[in-house]
Design a protein around this ligand. Structure first.
Ligand code: ZN
Length: 129
Protein backbone atom coordinates (compact mmCIF):
# COMPACT_ATOMS: atom_id res chain seq x y z
CA UNK A 1 0.00 0.00 0.00
CA UNK A 2 2.75 2.45 0.94
CA UNK A 3 5.48 2.93 -1.67
CA UNK A 4 7.86 5.78 -2.55
CA UNK A 5 5.43 6.76 -5.33
CA UNK A 6 2.54 7.17 -2.93
CA UNK A 7 4.42 8.64 0.05
CA UNK A 8 3.22 12.25 -0.54
CA UNK A 9 -0.38 10.96 -0.43
CA UNK A 10 0.15 9.48 3.06
CA UNK A 11 2.08 12.55 4.21
CA UNK A 12 -0.76 14.72 2.94
CA UNK A 13 -3.24 12.85 5.14
CA UNK A 14 -1.17 13.83 8.17
CA UNK A 15 -1.82 17.48 7.19
CA UNK A 16 -5.51 16.70 6.53
CA UNK A 17 -4.93 17.12 2.81
CA UNK A 18 -5.49 14.88 -0.18
CA UNK A 19 -2.56 15.11 -2.56
CA UNK A 20 -3.01 14.15 -6.20
CA UNK A 21 -0.32 13.72 -8.86
CA UNK A 22 -0.77 16.31 -11.61
CA UNK A 23 0.93 15.95 -15.00
CA UNK A 24 2.36 19.30 -16.09
CA UNK A 25 2.77 17.96 -19.65
CA UNK A 26 -0.88 17.12 -20.38
CA UNK A 27 -2.75 18.44 -17.33
CA UNK A 28 -4.15 15.06 -16.28
CA UNK A 29 -4.62 14.30 -12.57
CA UNK A 30 -4.36 10.65 -11.62
CA UNK A 31 -4.63 8.10 -8.82
CA UNK A 32 -3.22 5.78 -7.73
CA UNK A 33 0.15 7.53 -7.82
CA UNK A 34 2.59 6.25 -10.43
CA UNK A 35 6.06 7.27 -11.60
CA UNK A 36 4.74 8.50 -14.95
CA UNK A 37 1.46 9.97 -16.20
CA UNK A 38 -0.87 7.10 -17.24
CA UNK A 39 -2.17 9.18 -20.17
CA UNK A 40 0.94 10.60 -21.81
CA UNK A 41 3.75 8.75 -19.95
CA UNK A 42 5.50 11.98 -19.04
CA UNK A 43 7.39 12.03 -15.75
CA UNK A 44 6.74 15.76 -15.36
CA UNK A 45 4.52 15.24 -12.33
CA UNK A 46 3.81 17.53 -9.42
CA UNK A 47 1.54 17.01 -6.43
CA UNK A 48 -1.46 19.26 -6.09
CA UNK A 49 -3.73 19.55 -3.06
CA UNK A 50 -7.25 18.41 -3.82
CA UNK A 51 -10.28 20.17 -2.33
CA UNK A 52 -11.34 17.09 -0.36
CA UNK A 53 -14.73 17.25 -2.06
CA UNK A 54 -16.11 14.74 -4.51
CA UNK A 55 -18.90 12.38 -5.45
CA UNK A 56 -19.51 8.90 -4.13
CA UNK A 57 -18.93 6.50 -7.06
CA UNK A 58 -19.43 3.17 -5.32
CA UNK A 59 -19.23 1.70 -1.85
CA UNK A 60 -19.28 -1.59 -0.01
CA UNK A 61 -19.61 -2.62 3.63
CA UNK A 62 -16.73 -4.83 4.72
CA UNK A 63 -18.03 -7.48 7.14
CA UNK A 64 -14.92 -9.63 7.50
CA UNK A 65 -11.80 -8.84 9.45
CA UNK A 66 -9.00 -8.42 6.90
CA UNK A 67 -6.70 -6.12 8.86
CA UNK A 68 -5.55 -6.37 12.45
CA UNK A 69 -6.16 -2.65 13.01
CA UNK A 70 -9.61 -2.33 11.44
CA UNK A 71 -12.64 -3.92 13.04
CA UNK A 72 -15.59 -4.64 10.74
CA UNK A 73 -18.09 -3.52 9.76
CA UNK A 74 -16.74 -0.50 7.92
CA UNK A 75 -17.46 1.20 4.61
CA UNK A 76 -14.92 1.25 1.80
CA UNK A 77 -15.82 3.65 -0.98
CA UNK A 78 -14.57 5.04 -4.24
CA UNK A 79 -14.75 8.79 -4.27
CA UNK A 80 -14.58 10.65 -7.57
CA UNK A 81 -12.63 13.73 -6.52
CA UNK A 82 -13.49 17.18 -7.93
CA UNK A 83 -10.07 17.07 -9.56
CA UNK A 84 -11.02 13.92 -11.52
CA UNK A 85 -9.30 10.83 -10.11
CA UNK A 86 -11.02 8.25 -7.96
CA UNK A 87 -9.74 7.69 -4.45
CA UNK A 88 -10.42 4.56 -2.42
CA UNK A 89 -11.21 5.61 1.14
CA UNK A 90 -13.51 4.96 4.06
CA UNK A 91 -16.96 6.43 4.62
CA UNK A 92 -18.20 7.01 8.15
CA UNK A 93 -20.22 3.99 9.31
CA UNK A 94 -22.39 6.46 11.27
CA UNK A 95 -23.79 7.70 7.94
CA UNK A 96 -24.65 4.24 6.59
CA UNK A 97 -28.39 4.92 6.38
CA UNK A 98 -28.03 8.04 4.25
CA UNK A 99 -25.18 7.28 1.88
CA UNK A 100 -26.21 7.11 -1.77
CA UNK A 101 -24.22 6.68 -4.96
CA UNK A 102 -23.65 10.03 -6.65
CA UNK A 103 -24.02 12.09 -3.48
CA UNK A 104 -21.65 14.94 -2.69
CA UNK A 105 -19.12 13.93 -0.07
CA UNK A 106 -16.32 15.64 1.74
CA UNK A 107 -13.22 14.40 3.52
CA UNK A 108 -12.92 14.34 7.26
CA UNK A 109 -9.93 12.78 9.01
CA UNK A 110 -9.50 10.21 11.75
CA UNK A 111 -6.57 8.60 13.45
CA UNK A 112 -6.62 4.85 12.79
CA UNK A 113 -5.77 2.38 15.58
CA UNK A 114 -2.28 2.02 14.10
CA UNK A 115 -1.71 5.77 14.50
CA UNK A 116 -2.06 6.65 10.83
CA UNK A 117 -4.26 9.58 9.90
CA UNK A 118 -6.68 8.58 7.16
CA UNK A 119 -9.45 10.37 5.28
CA UNK A 120 -12.98 9.29 6.05
CA UNK A 121 -15.65 10.71 3.81
CA UNK A 122 -19.03 12.00 4.97
CA UNK A 123 -22.04 13.44 3.15
CA UNK A 124 -21.03 17.02 2.32
CA UNK A 125 -24.15 18.41 4.00
CA UNK A 126 -22.99 17.00 7.35
CA UNK A 127 -19.57 18.64 7.35
CA UNK A 128 -19.46 22.00 9.06
CA UNK A 129 -17.58 24.66 7.13
ZN1 ZN B 1 0.25 13.50 -18.87
Amino acid sequence: MMSPDSLPLWQGYEQHEIKVPHCTACGHNHLPPSPVCPLCFSDALEWITASGRGKLSTWVVVQRKYFEDFDPPYVVAQIELEEGPRLTAAMDMADIDRIKIGMAVEADYRTAPNGMILPIFRPATLIAE
